[in-house]
Write a protein that binds this ligand. Structure first.
Ligand SMILES: CC(C)(COP(=O)(O)OP(=O)(O)OC[C@H]1O[C@@H](n2cnc3c(N)ncnc32)[C@H](O)[C@@H]1OP(=O)(O)O)[C@@H](O)C(=O)NCCC(=O)NCCS
Length: 244
């Protein structure tokens, strides 16, 4: 719960339903927001419990993405940028995650990436990652994209859960970004995933078993948390891939 009431500037408000105390504004960002986006990312970087969890966006990437319409959505509380979500279109780039999960070469042009999302540590717990992703999924649907991919560290339980809640499944597991293990999350905008009856639960640390299931056509679709001697751990439920 955030205690300081913050008055957002009226002309910026397109959504005003943050708890009772705080009003916030959400809008697409452009090049004029480069400095504040960079500052927010610096705060995120300083607060990461493990730097492997989040691949920082380079300044050049940020600059280029802010120049593209609707690629970055930002959330302001008062005049302060407290969250943003970035999408990107990989096209024929070699880093098209669609290629990592077997999307055919003809379909790669319809792939979009959820590239990065950050929420200021003092403003977490309001579901902003999910909300921002949902808005961007609408943008991508309107623009004719069908396949949405994202990479998430197996250590980033919160982000995995938020992706699954938005209808993504775990469809790949690869080493990316020069040595960091990443799930490739996938959502088909037009065909929601349909969970089958068979469920195989795998400890999140059992990477080899997960890789094996993914190879056999299973996808990760649910996170189960458990507490053992006050240590929180989780397992992932895998089911056979099937879409409506
Ligand atoms: C991942 C991230 C964007 C999620 O932020 P968010 O949308 O505010 O998170 P949620 O609203 O879903 O929060 C769910 C719960 O997790 C908690 N939480 C969120 N992020 C947390 C974090 N990094 N550390 C500990 N707890 C966290 C929230 O307080 C909330 O708890 P509650 O249910 O008891 O209130 C945010 O943690 C973040 O910016 N992390 C660093 C960058 C990152 O990992 N980005 C994603 C890369 S794929």
């Amino acid at each position: 719960m955030i205690n300081n009431p913050i008055e957002a500037k009226k002309n910026r408000i397109i959504e005003t339903t943050w708890a009772e105390e705080v009003r916030y504004s959400m809008k697409f960002l452009d090049s004029s927001h480069l400095e504040e986006a960079k500052e927010l990312q610096d705060i995120i970087a300083r607060n990461l419990p493990d730097k492997e969890i989040f691949r920082l966006t380079t300044i050049q990437e940020l600059k280029e993405l802010l120049e593209q319409q609707k690629s970055v959505i930002g959330v302001h509380a008062d005049d302060c940028l407290i969250a943003y979500n970035i999408i990107s279109i990989p096209g024929e780039d070699e880093d098209n995650f669609g290629a990592d999960i077997g999307i055919s070469s003809e379909e790669l042009a319809k792939v979009a990436h959820l590239k990065a999302v950050v929420v200021h540590p003092n403003f977490r717990g309001h579901g902003l990652q999910r909300k921002l992703a949902r808005i961007h999924l609408e943008v991508l649907r309107d623009a004719g994209y069908e396949h949405v991919c994202s990479t998430v560290s197996p250590k980033n339980c919160i982000s995995i859960e938020n992706h699954l809640a938005n209808g993504f499944v775990i469809k790949g597991l690869k080493v990316k970004y020069g040595g960091w293990l990443r799930y490739i999350m996938y959502k088909n905008i037009y065909k929601p995933f349909r969970p089958g009856l068979e469920v195989i639960a795998v400890e999140f640390t059992d990477i080899e078993r997960q890789k094996n299931l993914l190879k056999r056509g299973y996808v990760g679709c649910k996170l189960e948390k458990s507490s053992n001697r006050q240590v929180e751990t989780y397992s992932i439920n895998f089911g056979l891939e099937s879409y409506y």
